[in-house]
Design a protein around this ligand. Sequence first.
Ligand code: PHE
Length: 441
Amino acid sequence: MRMTNTRIFSALALLSLAACVGLGGCGPTDSNSGNASGGGGGGARSAAAGGSSAQAPESAGKGSEKSPAAAPAAAPAAAPAAAPAAADEILIGHYASMTGSEATFGQVTDKGIRLAVEKVNAAGGIKGKKVRVVTLDTEGKESVTTTVVTRLITSDKVVALLGEVASSRSIAGANVAQRFGIPMITPSSTNPEVTTKGDKIFRVCFLDPFQGYVMAKFARENLKLSKVATLYDQKQPYSTGLNDNFKEAFTKLGGTVVAEQAFSGGDADFSAQLATIRDRGAEAIFVPGYYTEVGNIAIQARKLGVTVPLLGGDGWESPKLAEIGGKAIDGSYYSNHYSPSDTREEVVKFVSEFQSKHGGEVPDSLAAMGYDAAMVLFDAMKRSPSLGGADLAKAIAATKDFKGVSGMISIDAERNARKSAVVLQMRKGKAEYVTTIAPQQ
Ligand code: PHE
């Protein structure tokens, strides 16, 4: 047992030991360990070392019926576990695409989370303890996600998880979190399946059926379009789901989908699909993908003489979209969770705090969602009688009218949030606010 390592049985240590037991097990007290990082900029960021984490055994077994207690602990992967929670710390885990073709998703979300951690700690922490976040890299891969989430739970012994951005990886992470009974909040995964994984899995963002409706309504009513084509990533549940949701809503509103084309994430050549779309006379192309492919699709569309605007969802959100797409993406529209130009007090404050910490960088929606997910978690931790999974999940479920940067957050019976969406237009390489669309009644 790790507890036997506890070195100094001073009255203080005994007290903290009792507290740890109450929390369902923190690690041994470890003087000064990573304390200074306190969740501030960059401390304890043990990005999983390259492929090594992928070699960890299939701990917690896919679909195995093992109880969490019987599940083998994650193998001591090459990258060492983060310093265990000190007696005066609460450890939370963030699993994120810090590298790979969706790297900005993970990196920016992490900045948002760390700003929230800094703020809660500056205000005295939670239950007399400081919060520390351990971030592990999913590399944008589902298999690595399963490994790092298992490790956060079994080695680092986090009391809660934040992550991921991409729905495919949140689904993978949710399977592990639910099995171990550790509450998880995804900041920004919008596919409905994520929160169906069980009573410990939450989200603070809207869902894709709503997002599909938003862009269909915008295309029909604002842009007055009647013929639209779609081009989606058949490998991502986010993309296939949103494609279906858009099609259904657009058709219901009286429009016609004149072509439906697919690609696979990682593809570099989209010319065959784009040629088909061009020949069908589409007035816009709905591309519910992630920014790397969307940028490339825009470039290739223009090369083929397709000049109509592209439409998309939140997966476009990245400074890289304009870097990759250049002028080709200008004029196109996408739905998103927030706009930094919103004048609500929460937004103005968040933007200025984030900018002063990150050299003027304007926080995109990933930062706002990471921040909101962390703040909702901290609010629940404060209200919860303990930080055990069952209590904490109940407290998260009870979240009502929480004033987030991305809007008011109330968790419903399905552990989802109902929120408005904004529509942004790319203009000269920047995403500019166009309109806000509220949930259907
Ligand atoms: N909603 C996307 C998904 O579920 C992820 C995403 C959210 C991407 C916000 C960018 C911004 O996969």
